[in-house]
Design a protein around this ligand. Structure first.
Ligand SMILES: NC(=O)c1ccc[n+]([C@@H]2O[C@H](COP(=O)([O-])OP(=O)(O)OC[C@H]3O[C@@H](n4cnc5c(N)ncnc54)[C@H](OP(=O)(O)O)[C@@H]3O)[C@@H](O)[C@H]2O)c1
Length: 285
């Protein structure tokens, strides 16, 4: 299988690197070419255009941010869409269920198979090949892709027909974004009461509410540094996708609407490119 990978950002780079390490033939494309240099040094082919990558590949994975970026890169930039005929196209980014349906219809028109496979996890699990991969689409194609998915993740869960994987992914992110805001609010509250954070973390990280997310992030709060694993920018994007989807499905999500305002404030204050745990700076401010 020749694999094409589009979008070598925070997540895409380690994911593509793990595919390469597992022995697949790989070709990568990214808008910003500098981000491809490590992959190239390690043996990946580099495409000069998306069209070139699609022509060369059997399976095309994309790990891009917004619907606009996806439409522009995979649809608008392609001069001859017949190039998609017979190929398997895999979205691994976080998109809305309605956009996933739109992509599926579009690629089916081009006689390509579309699979939705968003991931749960951040840069560190991506580097370690320990992402959770949620899949939707034709189960036979998903099964055939399992060895490829296993190079990037250690848990692959089939969620049903398109767009269920994206719906599950947004549901999980709704909780994660609340957890980060709640953790930040607790820390800010304790600090205002002159509590030593080491004592607070000793209790939180050993008790009932201990979890991998808090274990991964608590050092950020001690160091006052928020190196990006998942950005405020992507948090805002996901919260917007969740609120739009909730409107479509008539789901009542009052705290998520408030949380979106919190993350928008973080952007306004200039923290857009920092890790989403930097939300505490909004509270401190
Ligand atoms: N980071 C996480 O913790 C995490 C976890 C799970 C899922 N996700 C999801 O995975 C996806 C990628 O996340 P990431 O953290 O890797 O984001 P990122 O570092 O910001 O990378 C985004 C990628 O999209 C490309 N891109 C953005 N706008 C573009 C445009 N207008 N035209 C062409 N290319 C464009 C970027 O190209 P350039 O390099 O040229 O900017 C880059 O390759 C997102 O959907 C995110 O929500 C992220």
């Amino acid at each position: 299988m020749k694999v094409g990978f589009i979008g070598t950002g925070v997540m895409g780079t380690p994911m593509a690197s793990n595919i390469l390490k597992s022995g697949y033939e790989l070709m990568c494309y990214n808008r910003t070419k500098e981000k491809l240099s490590d992959l190239k040094d390690n043996g990946s082919l580099v495409a000069n255009s998306v069209q070139e990558l699609i022509e060369w590949s059997d399976t095309i994975i994309f790990m891009l941010t917004t619907p606009d970026a996806i439409e522009y890169t995979l649809l608008n930039k392609i001069k001859d869409p017949t190039v998609y005929g017979g190929k398997t196209i895999v979205n691994m980014g976080t998109i809305s269920p309605s956009f996933s349906i739109k992509l599926s219809e579009q690629f089916n028109k081009y006689n390509a198979q579309y699979i939705d496979a968003p991931v749960s996890g951040s840069r560190k699990p991506a580097e370690e090949g320990k992402l959770i991969i949620l899949t939707s689409g034709d189960p036979i194609i998903v099964d055939n892709l399992a060895p490829l998915f296993k190079t990037m993740g250690n848990k692959i869960t089939y969620c049903g027909e398109i767009p269920k994987a994206s719906m599950v992914k947004l549901s999980v992110n709704l909780l994660i974004l609340h957890m980060m805001e709640g953790f930040s609010e607790m820390i800010n509250f304790a600090k205002k009461g002159n509590i030593d954070l080491n004592i607070l973390f000793e209790i939180i990280l050993s008790g009932q509410v201990s979890n991998d997310l808090y274990r991964m992030k608590y050092q950020n709060y001690l160091n006052g540094e928020f190196p990006v694993q998942g950005s405020v920018k992507n948090g805002i994007k996901d919260l917007k996708l969740i609120t739009e989807t909730a409107k479509e499905n008539e789901a009542y999500i009052p705290l998520t609407n408030l949380n979106l305002q919190m993350y928008l404030k973080a952007k306004e204050l200039g923290y857009e490119e920092e890790d989403f745990s930097a939300i505490i700076k909004v509270l401190e401010g």
